[in-house]
Design a protein around this ligand. Structure first.
Ligand code: GLN
Length: 486
């Protein structure tokens, strides 16, 4: 069993396919592991034990009968609890959806079902994916498997923790401003934010619709490429998904990166950067040099405005998206005698503090008289940020930055200061504003043994180059072979 939980999804899929392992055996190993460690790290809001074992049995039967199987046949995966799986509870880590049962499958779930994946559980998150530490979950805080006094990052903290704690070999997260990459960095795993439009968001709870993307989280780069192969593609149910061909992300992943140009934005490598993060990044840059890449300093001049622009846009869109939780159509309803009271009390009691803060900020930024000064202005600066990247990608193939400004901090350290918390995503936010893709790859540990991540950003729809560059580094180092002692 010990071996099973340390295997990659690619290895597991291979062994299940050639009958060295059964899916039931594999699924049970992960379910046992959840039972053993999840009380300590709390990655899951719900564990789908019976559902998973039933799916696993179906996979095993298919294999026994020699039927056609999927690329992830029989392999377990954890799903962030803001993505719908038909007939399974979906809470978005909010009281307002505490007892909500999903009436249909998200498109990514339909695709995963076709690929044969087994859903072991729904992973914890910051309420409605708003946060960077998973402390905003209405239910409980997830812990970092490398040190349970530290945050796992957020908002996909449960997904990152599940993979790092070896309770699932793969997970899905969502990323609006860094929520896949920052927790991946905090937990020492790989996380991918695909290009906007690459993966359908149909069936994912909308937070900020011009920024949200679903993406893979895994122990290795290859596993994330495999998972993106499955979930990517046009979907007519999501009008923002784009109808261009999905390449095979595993093809060419092992190609040499000799001569490739890697840009280091000077605005990201500033004096105040955490010492451990800087050391890890400096060493990673040396690894790339030794692999034959050319390192070039670049500039992304509007970087300073990214956090402000992001918080205006994401709060504005959230205030509109979250208007649907009115206590009438679905979710929690406060018992009242008149309709207005019912709306107000349902929302007042159903939403947590951070969600309310964002709804208020967003409603303000969109209100008559302020719209041009805040929302309109933010959209203009967003275009400048996008142009910064376009200019940079005329000079380089990939941009390398830290994933997060510090290694995972202690639980409680920033919860009373929202502005400090908002800065956790300073390096990941611009990617969403520019609608490009990025990956976070483990690149070392702090002196206290907390993981550190490196971010590689790529042009629109050029995830192939991103995977190749990430894979080359991963294979030249051994961070993906480290496991927490939990
Ligand atoms: N931490 C950022 C926020 O709170 C990003 C969240 C996300 O990507 N979902 O908005």
């Amino acid at each position: 069993m010990c071996d099973i939980i340390k295997m990659t999804a690619t290895e597991l899929a291979g062994k299940i396919k050639n009958k060295e392992l059964s899916s039931v055996e594999v699924t049970k190993a992960f379910l046992d592991r959840i039972e053993k460690v999840d009380t300590k790290v709390k990655a899951y809001i719900s564990v789908c034990k019976d559902y998973a074992l039933k799916q696993a049995k179906i996979s095993d039967d298919k294999i026994a009968k020699g039927e056609k199987i999927g690329a992830l046949e029989g392999v377990p995966i954890a799903i962030k609890d803001n993505i719908l799986i038909k007939d399974i509870k979906m809470t978005a880590a909010s009281k307002i959806l505490e007892n909500y049962i999903a009436p249909y499958d998200a498109t990514v779930i339909t695709k995963l079902k076709h690929a044969g994946a087994v859903f072991v559980g729904k992973a914890n998150l910051d309420e409605f994916a708003m946060g960077s530490s998973t402390e905003n979950s209405a239910f409980f805080t997830t812990r970092n498997p490398w040190n349970i006094e530290h945050i796992p990052g957020g908002s996909s903290g449960g997904s990152a923790c599940a993979v790092a704690a070896m309770t699932a070999p793969l997970a899905l997260g969502t990323d609006t401003g860094g929520s896949i990459r920052q927790p991946a960095s905090c937990c020492g795993i790989v996380g991918v934010k695909p290009t906007y439009g690459r993966v359908s968001r149909f069936g994912a709870v909308a937070f900020a619709s011009s920024l949200d993307q679903i993406g893979p989280m895994s122990k290795t780069v290859e596993d994330s490429a495999l998972l993106l192969n499955i979930i990517a593609g046009y979907d007519r149910k999501d009008s923002t998904s784009i109808n261009i061909e999905v390449p095979n992300y595993l093809e060419n992943i092992k190609d040499s990166i000799k001569g490739l140009k890697i840009g280091l934005p000077k605005e990201y490598f500033i004096d105040g950067l955490d010492k451990d993060v800087k050391n890890a990044l400096d060493k990673a840059i040396e690894v790339y040099k030794s692999l034959g890449a050319e390192i070039i300093e670049i500039s992304l001049p509007h970087t300073d405005y990214a956090v402000a622009v992001y918080y205006i846009i994401c709060c504005s869109e959230a205030s509109s998206n979250l208007a649907r939780y009115d206590g009438v159509r679905y979710g929690f309803r406060a018992n009242c005698n008149n309709l207005l009271d019912e709306y107000q009390k349902s929302r007042g009691q159903g939403f947590g503090a951070e969600v309310k803060r964002r709804i208020m900020l967003g409603t303000y930024a969109l209100s008559a008289g302020y719209y041009d000064a805040f929302y309109g202005k933010a959209q203009k600066v967003r275009t400048l940020i996008k142009q910064d990247f376009e200019n940079a990608f005329n000079k380089v193939d990939i941009i390398l930055t830290p994933s997060a400004p510090t290694p995972a901090f202690k639980i409680g350290e920033k919860s009373s200061d929202p502005l400090q918390m908002y800065l956790s995503d300073i390096f990941t936010i611009s990617c969403n504003l520019a609608a490009i893709a990025a990956i976070s790859v483990p690149c070392g540990f702090s002196q206290k043994g907390i993981p550190i991540g490196m971010q590689l950003l790529t042009k629109h729809f050029d995830e192939k180059t991103m995977f190749k560059v990430a894979y080359a580094y991963e294979q030249a180092t051994s961070w993906h072979k480290e496991f927490p002692k939990i």
